[in-house]
Write a protein that binds this ligand. Structure first.
Ligand SMILES: [Zn+2]
Length: 68
């Protein structure tokens, strides 16, 4: 089974191509780079929506967690 290194930090992702085919967009656990293994414009649109959603969740979470 072939495994993909991160294209940014070159660290092994421990992911198979089968997994990538099912999950073409993912974030590197090491350097947090968003990787898009799909070239479909429809997927790209979904990725942007997904990233916007992640940002919304981050902001929401940030607002909910207060220390001190
Ligand atoms: Zn990386």
């Amino acid at each position: 089974m072939a495994q993909m290194p991160c294209p940014s930090c070159k660290k092994p992702l421990g992911l198979t191509f089968e997994f990538i085919q099912k999950n073409p967009i993912m974030q590197c656990p090491h350097c947090k780079t968003i990787m898009n293994f799909s070239v479909s414009p429809e997927i790209e649109k979904k990725m942007k929506e997904g990233l916007a959603e992640i940002e919304r969740i981050k902001k929401k979470y940030k607002g909910m967690v207060k220390f001190g």
